[in-house]
Design a protein around this ligand. Structure first.
Ligand code: GAL
Length: 684
């Protein structure tokens, strides 16, 4: 058995860690394909994504199809042992289609119709687009369902990329239909949208339009429903294609590539319609903390299907081409960041793209096979890393345990970032990031959960912000604490209900009992200013005038400068057999000590005590337990192997036995198969 055959990936029938990338052969003469296939083999590529932007080539006219070239391509890949992730090709409608049906082109909130000449130029509500997309999907599925190369269906590409909403008349109709399903009566809609305000009352559904550009502030609930609708309408397109694939090709898993933590799509809902979660991730090599943000996104991807392995479907081998300045990955970074995805539950590492384009908007984007060809540094890394991944097959199918969960709710994110709030500076990612970074720095692995999740398995649950909170979700959180859980809740939470109406009695609304505080008034901090706390922490962006409610609420920290001096800033409240912390300010990196208090009380321990800049995570299951240790710093590190890892193990990357401590150079990494008590039992 080759090492790659030792583990069977649970994502597809392809064994081992999936390795490959987007392959766009239509950009190349056919004689290049043979070289591609040979080089893929040399690099250890096991799967490539084909067809993503092939619509115009596969269907050159309304009733003309051109499949022989695609047949030859799939046969060639199969002959070289490369499996295919076959795209439905529906993300870039051909010119003939948009000229025949100009209404396919999307329209902005200002009424501008976006022209042909880029990609993703479609209105998701357009019947002509949908019919053409489904016809293409059906034709592809019928032709290739039984092709031996086919291992995965790739539905569309990055739903919501470039265009997340369309304001054309057809979309407006569709929005009205969606609203009638949601509210049934117009009275219910009027109530939900608070249309008594500013004379916005509607007499019939026909009077409603999408939230186009308006003279002043738009109705916030109209906007919130619009965001829900836009996520749902793209999901409808996705589900329609998926149904065709399930009908004609039921044995092949189907996925669509998510875009990490992406505001426009409620990925909790979407993930229910994925056989496996796949992600496109483009951390910026110019950002020294990029790996922390990447960890966050990978934890989300793992969480979207309750911890099941996921697939990193796209990342850049080096530089991208779409930032103002596109810095390459220095040697070792792409390997380290790829292993990071694996460390956080991925079972496949893929890239955009296989061969660097010579023309088009992405000709400066890096590729596994760069313009300079096999002499390039990039190609050498491609081959070297392929060989390394082939040694990691046994980790596939194992999972990444986490004691801590962060609550993420797209509804709340959308409501938080509505206009005309006490401060426009309260952005979900900015609020979340310091909390996640504190956990990351402490070596604590974190899941994400939706607000309706069962929280009972977690030692601690963090809610950096839950601006919109439905009473039923608050009841779940409260029951979790009541039953012994540990909750830390951030500022500006429990403010509005599912209609974006302020909760009775103000914030924290239905969390008042569990938190033991009431918020008297929001006190945002002007730009460039800070408020001191007694502990020495500093609040920026946001503070609140809070009052403890009930004798049991303990004041953990108080404001020590400005108008709120002496008032509670951070509180702790016992509830049932658990404890709830309320943090009324944005503390940025100063959130660490508050989380330490909660993690200590909850008995949360790091995976392993690691030096600064080193990340450790565990994957466990059949056939073993694997400790990933990654050195993101630019200096040598020494990590003692203690606790559950005291027996040491075998580094799958090198085959070396490791005991006592792990020495890693700059950007170094190790994947230790942890020795069991009876030596040799778990060894190959
Ligand atoms: C992704 C997209 C790919 C390619 C890549 C470049 O968003 O799916 O087709 O454009 O970005 O980084």
């Amino acid at each position: 058995m080759t090492p790659a055959e030792q583990g069977t990936s649970r994502l597809t029938r392809v064994p081992g860690v999936l390795y490959g990338g987007d392959y766009n052969p239509e950009q190349w003469p056919e004689d290049v394909w043979a070289e591609d296939a040979k080089l893929m083999r040399e690099a250890g590529v096991t799967m490539v994504t084909v067809g993503v932007f092939s619509w115009a080539r596969l269907q050159p006219g309304p009733d003309t199809w051109d499949f022989p070239w695609f047949d030859r391509l799939l046969d060639l890949l199969h002959a070289h042992g490369v499996a295919v992730d076959l795209a439905t090709a529906t993300a870039s409608p051909p010119a003939w289609l948009v000229r025949a049906h100009p209404e396919i082109l999307p329209v902005t909130a200002d009424g501008v119709r976006l022209e042909f000449g880029s990609r993703q130029h479609y209105c998701p509500s357009s019947p002509a687009y949908r019919a053409a997309a489904l016809r293409l999907t059906r034709t592809l599925a019928a032709r290739y369902a039984d092709h031996p190369a086919l291992a995965l269906w790739h539905i569309h590409n990055e739903y919501g990329d470039h265009v997340t909403e369309c304001f054309c008349p057809r979309s407006a109709d569709h929005f009205r239909i969606w609203l009638t399903h949601r509210y049934e009566t117009i009275d219910a809609l009027n109530h939900a949208w608070g249309t008594a305000f500013w004379s916005q009352r509607y007499g019939t559904y026909d009077e409603i339009e999408p939230p186009r550009t308006v003279p002043g502030p738009v109705n916030p609930t109209q906007l919130l429903d619009w965001r829900r609708f836009c996520s749902d309408v793209l999901l409808e397109c996705h589900r329609a294609e998926r149904e065709v694939l399930k009908e004609l090709s039921p044995d092949i898993p189907a996925t669509t590539n998510f875009m990490s933590m992406f505001k426009a799509l409620d990925y909790w809902k979407w993930a229910e319609h994925e056989d496996l979660v796949s992600d496109d991730a483009y951390p910026d090599p110019a950002d020294p903390r990029a790996h922390v943000n990447a960890a966050l996104n990978y934890d989300l991807m793992r969480s979207l299907k309750g911890g099941r392995p996921w697939l990193l479907l796209e990342q850049a081998p080096s530089a991208v081409s779409w930032r103002p300045v596109n810095v390459p990955k220095k040697p070792g970074v792409q390997r380290l960041w790829s292993l990071q995805a694996l460390a956080r539950g991925a079972d496949g590492i893929m890239y955009f793209q296989w061969r660097a384009s010579r023309a088009g908007a992405e000709k400066y984007h890096s590729a596994l096979l760069p313009h300079r060809g096999t002499a390039s540094r990039g190609w050498q890394e491609t081959v070297r890393f392929g060989a390394e991944l082939a040694r990691l097959g046994e980790v596939t199918g194992t999972t990444t345990p986490a004691d801590v969960a962060i609550v993420l709710d797209w509804d709340s994110w959308w409501a938080l970032e509505s206009d005309d709030h006490p401060s426009a500076r309260m952005r979900w990612r900015d609020l979340l990031h310091p909390w996640y970074a504190a956990l990351h720095a402490r070596g604590v692995t974190t899941d994400f959960v939706p607000p309706h999740a069962d929280l009972t398995g977690y030692r601690a649950v963090l809610a950096p912000n839950l601006h919109l909170l439905r009473p039923e979700h608050a009841a779940r959180i409260t029951a979790y604490v009541q039953g012994g859980g540990h909750l830390v809740c951030g500022p500006f939470s429990g403010v509005v209900d599912g209609h974006d109406h302020i909760h009775d009695g103000g914030a924290p609304g239905p969390l008042r009992d569990v938190l033991g505080v009431g918020v008297d008034e929001f006190w945002p901090v002007p730009d460039g200013q800070a408020v001191r706390l007694t502990s020495g922490a500093e609040a920026t962006l946001w503070t609140e005038w809070t009052e403890t409610e009930g004798p049991e609420t303990e004041i953990v920290d108080t404001y020590a400068s400005g108008e709120l001096t002496g008032r509670p800033a951070v509180t702790r409240h016992p509830h049932g057999t658990g404890t709830a912390w309320y943090v009324s300010a944005h503390l940025g990196d100063g959130i660490g000590p508050v989380l330490d208090d909660a993690l200590r009380a909850a008995g949360v321990r790091p995976v392993l005590d690691v030096p600064e800049g080193v990340e450790a995570t565990v994957r466990t299951g059949e056939p073993g337990t694997y400790l990933f240790v990654l050195n993101h710093s630019d200096h040598d590190t020494r990590t003692p192997l203690t606790g559950a890892f005291a027996a040491g193990g075998t580094d799958l990357l090198t085959g070396a036995a490791v005991h006592g401590h792990l020495a890693l150079g700059p950007l170094g990494a190790a994947v230790l198969r942890i020795a069991t008590d009876s030596p040799g039992e778990n060894q190959k």
